[in-house]
Design a protein around this ligand. Structure first.
Ligand code: HEC
Ligand code: HEC
Length: 435
């Protein structure tokens, strides 16, 4: 399908969704600035990013005066145990690689375990995870994976779920993936994990929290998942302590450059960033600014030729369309090349960007957005435009909206100073511990 045809199809999709949404009460009040551009078919996204379905409710806010309820102290006990498991380097084989090796607590729970190629190094030399490690902060706001934003919205689109391709909704289940993945922690199986825990200093706490779990390999893995999930979805992992958060609370100011960056970030004719990296700077509640709508998009990140896997010319990471799941039609061709829009909170602390870690400088990411369509040779020097996708899926890349709705040779939507301003603004999204 040509770009124009697709744009039209998307436009009519928008119209239908908009019509379906028209009857919904007060949706307008919740909208964070309507997305501009033909491809903006996620514009009915309500701002309240409430956890849904299988994703556990956020734990109750700890009562300040009254004694904690039994449920709250049980959750707190599990979270503490989860934190201990998260940093236990004996779980991996060979020992030395904990969850924290890649999700570094000093780097907003991201990092690639010392690897500089863009994807994470596993527990064994020369073994790499498939993708760049995301931050684990703010996961409790990730919505359950689904194919419609509203229950009865006619338009099929994908939102939510954990991982770059949204392939799971449960951290309890997810935890066994990095743990057992031979390219990551290579922990063997539930039996080996149980024996490591049984020999650890925290074995008594584990047995108290999960009686009998160490006797059954599957129950062990489930218990580890439950503890880690309690930790990762707890208050500690959603600090909202950035200068941007202080700014929306009315307790701090942005610098003039950061404020200019925020304006460009929102301006649908300039950065257009908030169309996907959703914010509401008019709300004094930082939760209204998750810096993602949890949607999936194909932005055409260049192929990362440093990854061993890409030596095979036939290797492609197709993202969303390779996702498996009973609720999901595999090989939905238009989903190939799409990845879940990451939150930009703490993005300035990252050392690798995009699902394939192709960029190592934040400024390059913003410059890429600005000049991807006007100066493609700068980004795709070694192959065709959108070279990290097979030719048949290159049309999936979003070319309909600012900043990349321009044409080769035209002026980029953002000049150098404007790129710098956006980068400065992104720096204001860093939480207090990482500044
Ligand atoms: C070798 C590096 C590495 C280790 C060790 C590791 N992870 Fe990850 N983690 C990753 C990568 C890479 C991804 C993205 C994978 C993907 O999207 O396919 C990821 C994704 C995640 C996500 C999803 C985040 C999101 O935004 O959706 C969670 C949760 C997670 N890891 C938890 C853990 C836990 C718990 C452990 C320890 C049991 C762990 N990880 C160990 C590299 C690692
Ligand atoms: C159409 C939706 C969309 C728009 C508009 C958009 N982004 Fe993104 N952004 C994404 C998606 C999807 C990814 C992940 C792409 C990938 O990994 O292949 C991403 C990734 C990023 C990353 C890398 C984050 C990380 O953790 O690796 C940064 C930084 C970023 N975007 C900043 C911006 C800025 C700045 C703008 C505006 C100039 C912008 N984005 C506009 C969807 C969007």
């Amino acid at each position: 399908m040509s770009t124009d045809t697709r744009a039209t199809v998307r436009r009519s999709g928008v119209a239908r969704v908009a019509a379906a949404a028209a009857g919904l009460v007060a949706i307008g009040a919740l909208l964070v600035g309507v997305r501009a551009g033909a491809s903006a078919f996620r514009r009915v996204a309500p701002v309240a990013a409430a956890p849904q379905g299988q994703l556990p409710e956020p734990p109750p806010i700890a009562p300040t005066s009254a004694a904690p309820s039994p449920e709250a102290s049980e959750a707190a006990r599990r979270a503490t145990l989860g934190k201990t498991l998260f940093v236990d380097a004996n779980l991996s084989d060979p020992p030395g690689t904990s969850c924290a090796a890649c999700h570094d607590p000093a780097r907003a729970f991201a990092g690639n375990h010392g690897s500089s190629i863009g994807v994470a190094l596993g527990s064994r030399p020369g073994h790499f995870a498939k993708r760049n490690t995301p931050s684990l902060l703010y996961l409790r706001f990730v919505r359950k994976f689904r194919l419609h934003w509203e229950e009865d919205a006619p338009l099929v689109d994908a939102y939510g779920g954990f991982f770059w391709d949204g392939r799971t909704d449960s951290i309890v289940d997810l935890t066994r993936q990095p743990l057992l993945n031979p390219q990551e922690m290579n922990a063997g199986d539930g039996r080996r994990v149980a024996s490591v825990i049984a020999a650890s200093a925290y074995a008594p706490e584990f047995r108290t929290a999960f009686p009998g779990a160490l006797d059954d390999p599957d129950a062990t893995l489930k218990a580890v998942g439950e503890a880690v999930s309690a930790y990762l979805l707890g208050d500690e992992m959603a600090p909202f302590s950035s200068r941007y958060d202080d700014f929306v609370r009315g307790r701090g100011q942005l610098t003039a450059t950061e404020a200019a960056g925020l304006k460009l970030f929102k301006d649908s004719a300039k950065g257009g960033c908030s169309g996907c990296h959703k914010i509401n700077d008019r709300s004094s509640d930082p939760k209204a600014s998750p810096f993602t709508d949890y949607g999936f998009d194909a932005v055409g990140a260049p192929r990362n030729r440093a990854l061993p896997a890409t030596r095979d010319a036939a290797y492609f990471d197709l993202g969303l369309c390779e996702r498996q799941g009973g609720d999901y039609q595999k090989n939905t061709a238009e989903f190939c090349g799409r990845f879940r829009t990451p939150s930009l909170r703490n993005v300035a602390v990252r050392q690798a960007f995009m699902h394939n870690g192709v960029f190592s400088k934040l400024r390059d990411v913003v410059a890429f957005y600005a000049s991807r369509s006007t100066n493609p040779e700068r980004w795709y020097a070694h192959g065709p435009v959108f070279d990290d996708l097979p030719a048949k899926y290159r049309d999936n890349v979003n070319v309909d909206k600012a900043p990349y709705n321009r044409h080769r040779g035209e002026a980029p939507a953002l000049d150098d100073g404007e790129i710098d301003a956006i980068v400065a603004f992104l720096g204001a999204l860093t939480d207090a511990p990482y500044r």
